[in-house]
Design a protein around this ligand. Structure first.
Ligand code: PHE
Length: 349
């Protein structure tokens, strides 16, 4: 753990052990250069604290790039709450309240919202003690609610831009899209893709998500172990991170990767691996910024949900520009995205 922390390029790490539940609260404040460190709260069980720490560090850095690339004046951070697998609902509730108190004590150093394993109802609880540092509360409680519908819309807009770059037109009609993970963003993306007349195949580990998409909607189900070998036009990672790596990239049978998951690349070299295979990669933190964009626009700027929906289509525009730049210079799309994010961070001093 000591080595991990020393190697990280973030500003600070807040570590709390929650004795009553045995949970670890890890708040990775990666960068406050553009503003208060902001990012979702992920609640999940990990193999060990070390794995959770690594996740928090990577996800926090991802948020810094996400905001910088989108021109949002926010710093990057992420909270990971590593919980024991059998945590009961009542204990979880109290944990959320203590977490809210911690956010209050931090006084705005870190601001949060939903992520994997948390919901707007959880944000309501956290906000009891943690307001005003909590986004994505339920609409009834004055928040913008779930970010995932906006994330899904942004990904769709990014996929259309990706189609345009690869096939010369932005229609998803007839395109075979492999969606990995039918969770809160994945299932919404699947719905939008079907409306756009794409041919969707999916993978998941949750029996109810499998039953719904395979048996009720009649979509083709791909076993998790076969996802990377599935023949498709676009691979859309919408589950957890590091799915694009030295083992999986050589197996891919797609022309493009465009999906919602955070931190899809296991390492920076994986961007080059995709580039060499001529698989067009929509940098994750660019294509999945719709949720964060919309939440701020509703909760800070006071826009309506409908206006925020309109706004996320800017993601397609941003990607088109990145694709053009990357192609002109012969660099990977990830390198082009990183450069533009780093430029913004450097400008901020
Ligand atoms: N967790 C989501 C993300 O990674 C959305 C989110 C971002 C929510 C920032 C609140 C604050 O982008």
């Amino acid at each position: 753990m000591e080595n991990l922390l020393k190697q990280w390029d973030g500003e600070e790490m807040i570590i709390r052990f929650d004795r009553p539940t045995g949970a670890w609260i890890l708040i990775a404040v990666h960068s406050t250069r553009l503003g208060a460190a902001t990012g979702g709260t992920r609640i999940k069980s990990y193999r060990d604290v070390r794995e959770a720490l690594q996740d928090a560090m990577n996800l926090g850095a991802g948020m810094t790039h996400k905001f910088a690339a989108a021109g949002i004046m926010r710093g990057g951070g992420k909270a990971v709450i590593a919980v024991p697998p059998d945590l009961d609902p009542d204990a979880r509730l109290h944990l959320l309240r203590r977490y809210g108190t911690l956010l209050q004590q931090l006084g705005g150093l870190f601001e949060t919202g939903v992520d994997v394993g948390t919901t707007p109802a959880d944000m309501d609880i956290i906000a009891e003690n943690g307001a005003p540092y909590v986004f994505c509360r339920t609409v009834e409680n004055g928040g913008a609610g779930d970010a995932s519908p906006f994330t899904a819309l942004g990904v769709l807009s990014g996929m259309q831009a990706t189609c345009e770059q690869v096939w010369g037109e932005d229609s998803l009609g007839g395109k075979r899209v492999m969606v990995q993970g039918a969770g809160s963003v994945g299932r919404r993306l699947i719905k939008l893709l079907r409306e756009a007349e794409a041919e969707v195949m999916f993978s998941d580990v949750d029996p109810s998500a499998i039953a719904y998409h395979r048996d009720e909607l009649g979509l083709r189900y791909i076993e998790p172990k076969d996802v990377y070998d599935a023949e498709c036009d676009i691979f859309a990672p919408c589950a957890l991170g590091a799915v694009l790596n030295a083992d999986t990239i050589p197996r891919l049978k797609c022309r493009a990767v465009a999906g919602a998951a955070n931190n899809q690349l296991a390492s920076v070299q994986d961007a080059d691996r995709l580039h060499e295979r001529q698989i067009l990669y929509a940098p994750d933190y660019v294509i999945n910024a719709g949720g964060a964009m919309a939440i701020f626009s509703i909760e800070i700027t006071g826009r309506s949900h409908a206006e925020a929906e309109q706004q996320v289509s800017v993601i397609g525009q941003t990607l088109r520009q990145l694709y053009t730049e990357a192609a002109a210079e012969g660099i990977s799309t990830e390198a082009a995205a990183r450069r533009s994010a780093e430029r913004r961070l450097a400008e901020a001093g």
